[in-house]
Design a binder for this molecule. Structure first.
Ligand SMILES: Nc1nc2c(c(=O)[nH]1)N[C@H]1C(S)=C(S)[C@@H](COP(=O)(O)OP(=O)(O)OC[C@H]3O[C@@H](n4cnc5c(=O)[nH]c(N)nc54)[C@H](O)[C@@H]3O)O[C@H]1N2
Ligand SMILES: Nc1nc2c(c(=O)[nH]1)N[C@H]1C(S)=C(S)[C@@H](COP(=O)(O)OP(=O)(O)OC[C@H]3O[C@@H](n4cnc5c(=O)[nH]c(N)nc54)[C@H](O)[C@@H]3O)O[C@H]1N2
Ligand code: SF4
Ligand SMILES: [Mo]
Length: 912
């Protein structure tokens, strides 16, 4: 590990996890040996001391390996050269200025991210909308939250999340729709699981076409046909309306539009039989769900990407909200619709108006009063007066040459956009591509002309807002590495060089103060001229100096000041039955059901669903560094039903080529048992840095929701076929290797080595010579073990250095190769024993228990085989017993659903 940073402060800096929208509080400290100790913050209300496996492993991801530490520019030959900040900033400012002068403000764009801090985000938005005068600033939140934002605005008049996390514990029923909470928001999931332990009557329903880890703890799983959620919730609305679950008093006094919305729901979805048929759900299960919902007062419907990322995403959101409105289940403890946010600062980005169709502080671009309010407050030369381009359109406009400069910040669109090859084409012909990142080699940076080094987590300073509207501080505990700077600072420097005033800040506390003041500016009863009413209000957080800002405790907005000058946050919205529409009423939105844009056909007969795995974060630039996080899912896969595998001629454990009308990729076939026939699931994380050909974004259709512009990431027709190779293999190596010549490779980080999974189409005749060249072991006297069985098509080679294993290569004509977990264990040994050498030659461990199997519990490194063997030998029955014996599941708890599944499978195998 290359860690040269110095500690900034006393041990135990309180900060916030930089991954998911749960927004857990973290205590971080740099130890004397250079390691970073990470613990959950017991006092943070989001997690009360707990952290999931990604949060726990944060210390392993902040080293400087691969970091972008200096500004760089591409020379005429296309090579990156280090330059001074002055040169880089002049080039960015001059480039933007020149293009704006020649082509107007809409010829430049910013593409930013829900992983920026609120202060960075605020400044980026201010520069673009108030000074450059274009709304061509969009964010990766378009790919994530924009349907929820649009749904909230339609129903509530403003982008408002009604509930707080405590409500999940008070609910009698939690419905999770299109959310793999166990893996993607583990601490929220654990809070729900704990609440159910305490109150066994509490129900958990999961609505997801896949049987995910989240389903392991559910009372009922509805494997809804992909894309049919609107039918399901329209049916529920109709059921509630006609089976006595309508709250007439609430509907009459506080809502508008029921008639039309209910007529639409009734038209197609009044008959549960018909809904069950369309959604492909068992009718008894559907009715059980409807009845439970009707009977349970305290119900929360939480949703995430299975809802948002759809060409009917906004309607899905509103069909859910409609059900809560008609039953009056909103604004009281333990109930309400709940959009779970993805990124750490998805919410903060929405507060500052980071989306191309928003202004700042929850104000609207198409509202003249709002425009005037923001422009007057900023005292800015101009204000954007029409929506800018949304992410997918923005990159299309770059490809078409209408946008000539783009500055990308804290996002990796080459991997994460749909039809991602458009990004390649767009960026390779764009006049000016600037990228601010913390990592030098990313798929996107490969196309940047200028790279700007940003401060990363642990170094940067500011605030984030989590899913329950809670603003928390991210505080630095490491000094700035190399020449890296905070994103806000770089944007301010560019703005000043472009000749703009309004970008002089002594620190992030001043930016936060400006942001808070804008939220309160002319925010009040519209009877007073110039005012508009916005629920997003940080009045109570204005006027903080640096010391107060540094001491800021987690607080939920709206944040106001009480009469005795105390700051008061707000746990729950709509308790007063007041919504943000001018008449104060919530709106029912008619949601006529419609299916996905592209349906499977003969050429592309399967539906591709994409999403996340437990231990990786997005494009892996940070989680990919941690060996502890690597083993749970070491390479990309395509999960499918065994009968489909048979039908399309692919085999479990072999490689398959998956293709759509837009692109293709290669992944290993897997049968998790959770996929229905007709669909496949591929994770989003792998990219050109971690595999030869595993960027699933290249396949995804670019269709977007007409209201929100959010892409349909969960539904693309694809075909699948065998990816024929003549050999399979893998390498574990202490030194990095370049394997570009190999047909298929993927790389994952081990504790002290890198692991490469390989497959080739070439015919290897002289294995020994080939292996020595590949591994770079030319010394004929080297300690080199070798085994070859030509008839079985098996070859193994091991390089040992001073009795320590240095590299090993295993090859076979078949994909079933020896256990990597066993070999990884050998890399921990300072000295190989004779038994290890024998094992290496015969291709299996001599020692019993040495093959622990793929990792299940990443915190304690406990493998699948160890768990199953111990369960069998000791007759263990519960997760608690497994934890008692092996520790597995005893730290972050992220693997508890998988342990539960293994218990069931092991006992089933015994009784079979
Ligand atoms: N480990 C991990 N955690 C993360 C992240 C990460 O990269 N890794 N990223 C974070 C971010 S930014 C986000 S946005 C969240 C995402 O969190 P989630 O939304 O929970 O995760 P996904 O895996 O994208 O998709 C959720 C589920 O939607 C289901 N689905 C697909 N189509 C449909 C449908 O038509 N209807 C329904 N009801 N369900 C459907 C999928 O099968 C999938 O299980 O996770 C956050 N947390
Ligand atoms: N097929 C498919 N595609 C998807 C999705 C899906 O479900 N299916 N989900 C979508 C969703 S919900 C999301 S949120 C996106 C996520 O997709 P991306 O945003 O593209 O993914 P990340 O890997 O999080 O990219 C963050 C980048 O910022 C860098 N970075 C980290 N910290 C900082 C910092 O402080 N400053 C700067 N300047 N850079 C930093 C990281 O090194 C990394 O390169 O993917 C979307 N794409
Ligand atoms: S649940 Fe995990 S990834 Fe999400 S904020 Fe908490 S520790 Fe971080
Ligand atoms: Mo996201």
């Amino acid at each position: 590990m290359n860690l040269s940073q110095a500690p900034l402060s006393v041990p135990g800096t309180k900060t916030t996890c930089p991954y998911c929208g749960v927004g857990c509080g973290v205590r971080a400290s740099l130890q004397a040996d250079g390691a970073i100790a990470i613990a959950g913050d017991e006092l943070h209300p989001a997690n009360k001391g707990r952290l999931c496996v990604k949060g726990s492993a944060l210390g392993e991801t902040v080293d400087l390996d691969g970091r972008l530490l200096h500004p760089k520019m591409r020379d005429a030959g296309g090579n990156l050269q280090r330059v001074s900040w002055d040169a880089a900033l002049d080039k960015v400012a001059g480039g933007l200025r020149g293009i704006i002068d020649r082509h107007g403000p809409d010829a430049v764009a910013l593409y930013v991210s829900g992983q920026l801090l609120t202060e960075d985000y605020y400044i980026a938005n201010k520069l673009m909308k108030g000074y450059i005068g274009s709304a061509n600033i969009d964010t990766n939140s378009r790919l994530c939250m924009s349907s929820a934002v649009a749904g909230h605005k339609r129903a509530f008049g403003e982008d408002l999340v009604p509930i707080c996390y405590d409500d999940l514990e008070q609910a009698d029923m939690v419905v999770l729709v299109g959310s793999n909470t166990a893996w993607c928001h583990p601490i929220l999931f654990q809070r729900i699981a704990k609440a159910r332990e305490n109150r066994p009557g509490m129900k958990l329903i999961v609505i997801d076409p896949r049987r995910t880890a989240t389903c392991e703890l559910a009372d009922l799983h509805l494997p809804v046909k992909a894309g049919t959620d609107v039918w399901l919730f329209n049916g529920l609305m109709s059921f509630l309306a006609h089976r006595g679950a309508r709250d007439n008093a609430f509907v009459d006094a506080h809502t508008a539009g029921l008639g039309e919305a209910l007529a639409v729901a009734d038209a197609d979805c009044a008959d549960p039989q018909e809904v069950a048929r369309i959604c492909k759900i068992d009718i008894d299960d559907l009715l059980a769900f409807y009845q439970l919902f009707a009977d349970t007062e305290k119900v929360i419907t939480a949703f995430s990407m299975g809802v948002n990322q759809s060409s009917a995403g906004t309607d899905k959101v509103n069909s859910i909200i409609n059900c809560h409105l008609i039953s009056g289940r909103i604004g009281k403890p333990g109930m309400g619709p709940f959009s779970i946010t993805g990124q750490p600062n998805a919410m903060g980005g929405r507060e500052v108006g980071g989306l191309a169709n928003m202004l700042a502080a929850h104000m609207d671009l198409d509202n003249a009063l709002h425009r005037d309010t923001v422009q007057t407050f900023w005292d800015s030369p101009r204000i954007a007066d029409r929506p800018g381009l949304k992410a997918v359109d923005l990159f299309n406009a770059i490809e078409a040459g209408r946008i000539k400069a783009v500055w990308i910040m804290a996002t990796n669109p080459m991997v994460s956009l749909p039809d991602a090859n458009v990004v390649r084409r767009a960026l390779s012909q764009c006049e000016l591509v600037v990228s601010s990142d913390i990592i030098e080699n990313t798929d996107t940076n490969a196309f940047a002309h200028i790279l700007l080094p940003a401060l990363g987590w642990g170094e940067k300073d500011g605030t984030v807002t989590n899913s329950e509207r809670r603003i928390s501080r991210q505080r630095p505990f490491l000094s700035a590495p190399g020449e890296a700077r905070g994103d806000w600072q770089v944007i301010c420097d560019v703005a000043k060089r472009m000749g703009y005033r309004g970008f002089d800040f002594a620190g992030v506390h001043e930016i936060f103060d400006e942001h808070a003041r804008l939220s309160a500016y002319r925010n009040g009863p519209p009877q007073i001229a110039g005012n508009s009413m916005r629920m997003f209000n940080l009045d109570g957080l204005t006027g903080m100096d640096k010391r107060q800002f540094d001491a800021l405790q987690p607080i939920q907005w709206p944040a106001t000041r009480t009469t005795d000058a105390q700051i008061a946050g707000t746990a729950r919205l709509f308790g007063d039955r007041c919504y943000a529409h001018p008449d104060g009423k919530a709106r029912f939105v008619p949601t006529p059901p419609r299916g996905p844009a592209h349906l499977p056909d003969e050429e592309f007969p399967l539906v591709l669903n994409t999403g996340r795995v437990r231990d990786q974060w997005h494009t892996m630039t940070r989680t990919g560094k941690s060996a502890r996080l690597a083993d749970h899912v070491p390479e990309s896969f395509v999960d499918m039903h065994p009968q489909d595998a048979l039908r399309y001629g692919v085999r479990e454990g072999s490689l398959a080529r998956i293709s759509s009308r837009w692109g293709a990729m290669v992944a290993r076939v897997q049968h998790s048992g959770g996929i229905a026939r007709g669909s496949v699931f591929v994770p989003i994380h792998w990219n050109n840095q971690t595999a030869s050909d595993a960027r699933v974004g290249a396949l995804v259709n670019p269709v977007v929701d007409p209201v929100s512009g959010e892409p349909e990431f969960k539904h693309t027709p694809v075909n699948i076929e065998e990816f024929g190779v003549s050999w399979h293999g893998f390498i574990l190596s202490r030194k990095a290797l370049t394997l570009d010549a190999i047909t298929h490779w993927t790389r994952i980080q081990g504790r002290d080595f890198a692991r490469y999974e390989l497959a080739g189409r070439n015919v290897v005749n002289d294995h020994s010579a080939w292996a020595r060249t590949l591994l770079g072991v030319h010394d004929i006297d080297a300690d080199w073990l070798e085994y070859e069985d030509r008839t079985a098509g098996v070859y193994r080679a091991v390089h040992i250095d001073n009795d320590r294993i240095d590299m090993c290569l295993f090859m076979s004509t078949r994909p079933d190769l020896p256990s990597r977990a066993w070999l990884a264990g050998l890399f921990d040994k300072e000295q190989l024993e004779e038994a290890d050498r024998v094992g290496l030659l015969i291709g299996q461990p001599i020692e019993k228990g040495a093959d622990t199997g793929p990792t299940v519990c990443s915190c304690f490194g406990v493998g699948r085989n160890t768990i199953c063997n111990t369960v069998r030998e000791k007759g263990l029955k519960t997760v608690a017993e497994v934890t008692g014996c092996l520790k597995a599941g005893g730290n972050c708890g992220s693997c508890v659903p998988e342990i539960k599944k293994l218990l069931v499978e092991t006992h089933a195998a015994e009784t079979a």
